[in-house]
Design a protein around this ligand. Structure first.
Ligand SMILES: *Cc1c(COP(=O)(O)O)cnc(C)c1O
Length: 388
């Protein structure tokens, strides 16, 4: 098979030592070695969430974590306010609906971030006090938009509703302060900024959320946070965990902390800036609004006259660079370039060079090397800035 470079917003390239951990022998998931592994994962994950509360590990992709949060926190008939800014926010709302919640929606135009003032206004309406939950997305992968979670927290903190935050493609790539910001349940997953294989969801739960969970008529069986907490207290998971994925996540987290939180935040921000600079130089317009850019995925329209699907196909088949297309109503319209995972600067520059060639193949007028130069300048500027 020809070498490919995976620059999707998940799954992402995984370093060799992380892949090799998946070949380690199985252990008793009810024994002391697994308890030690779970304790280590929780200890190392807490600072990334910015919490001293519980972090639970589920054997599932991110969506399982979202379902566990919703099914455990709410009872059928509860009113929740959904604040989607794209496809993943709508998915979270759908999960709430399927679990019997009455979902109301605060709309935001695609490409924009959630406006904290609009949320404040909605919550201040006469029926606003009745919401049992507020559903939020930290980073909306479908539009390349990142919400300002500190500013949103200033609005939600005083409200009695539980805040559920999908940070699957956000956590680990930029600062997150769950306790200081006062969020109740925050969900992430292994296959995005943690640069591990898919298969583990992480769910952090505040003390206030546990009180609500204990008194709610939960609707889940497999995805039940109460059961997960009960078993976690014994160093176990309720069901057989994907042990190999847990090993891999542990190695990935060790590598993550060896670099340090700041270096990880800096790298994602710099890579996203570099990709945006390259896209703009190559005539691709950035989909997210200037104050709403994500650090983990850059969404852009191809230049006029270039078909997005054709561009993705050419880039993948001829050059081995795999990036994503649009989702939902943006299908066939935009392309999305992920910045997460075990991606070196040379990988990034190589992918941008391939993008130039693919754009030329698709009929665009591009100055070959101009996108690479724009991205390289961002990388060197970042280096100068961090030295001085
Ligand atoms: C990737 C992602 C998910 C979860 O997707 P899974 O395929 O279930 O892991 C959820 N929300 C966002 C914002 C994501 O980017």
């Amino acid at each position: 098979m020809r070498k490919t470079l995976l620059l999707l917003p998940g799954p992402v390239p995984v370093a060799q030592p992380v892949l090799e951990a998946m070949s380690w022998p199985m252990i008793n998931h009810r024994g002391p070695e697994f308890a030690e592994l779970l304790a280590r994962l929780e200890r190392e994950m807490k600072p990334v969430f910015g919490t001293s509360s519980d972090v639970l590990f589920l054997g599932s992709s991110g969506t399982g974590g979202l379902e566990a949060a919703v099914a455990s926190c709410f009872s059928p008939g509860d009113r929740v306010l959904s604040c989607p800014v794209g496809v993943f926010g709508k998915r979270l709302a759908e999960i709430a609906r399927v679990n019997g919640c009455t979902v109301e929606v605060l709309e935001t135009p695609l490409g924009a971030a959630l406006d904290p003032a609009a949320l404040r206004t909605r919550l201040a309406q006469s029926d606003g006090a009745g919401f049992r939950g507020i559903l939020l997305t930290h980073n909306e992968t479908s539009t390349g938009v990142q919400n300002d979670m500190a500013a949103i927290a200033a609005v939600t903190r005083g409200h009695s509703a539980l805040t559920i935050v999908d940070s699957v493609s956000g956590l680990g790539a930029s600062p997150f302060e769950m306790d200081a910001w006062g969020y109740d349940v925050v969900i992430s997953a292994s296959q995005k900024a943690f640069a591990a294989p898919p298969g583990v969801a992480m769910v952090a739960v505040s003390q206030r959320a546990w009180k609500a969970i204990d008194s709610s008529r939960g609707t889940g069986y497999y995805f039940d946070l109460k059961k997960a907490r009960e078993f976690a207290s014994k160093g176990q998971t309720p069901w057989t965990p994907p042990i190999s994925q847990f090993y891999a996540l542990a190695v990935a987290l060790e590598r993550y902390h060896a670099d340090g939180l700041e270096a990880n935040f800096e790298r994602h921000a710099t890579y996203a800036r570099a990709v945006r600079a390259a896209f703009e130089t190559l005539g691709c317009s950035i989909f997210s609004r200037p104050d709403a850019h994500s650090v983990t995925v850059v969404a852009a329209y191809p230049p006029d006259g270039v078909d997005a699907a054709q561009l993705l196909k050419t880039l993948g088949e001829r050059y081995g660079v795999v990036i994503s297309g649009g989702q939902g109503e943006l299908t066939g319209k935009i392309v999305r370039f992920g910045t997460m995972g075990d991606v070196a600067e040379s990988d990034l520059l190589g992918a941008i060079a391939a993008l130039e060639l693919a754009l030329a193949d698709c009929g665009a007028t591009v100055g070959l090397g101009s996108g690479v130069a724009a991205a390289a300048l961002v990388l060197t500027d970042a280096r100068t800035a961090s030295v001085s």
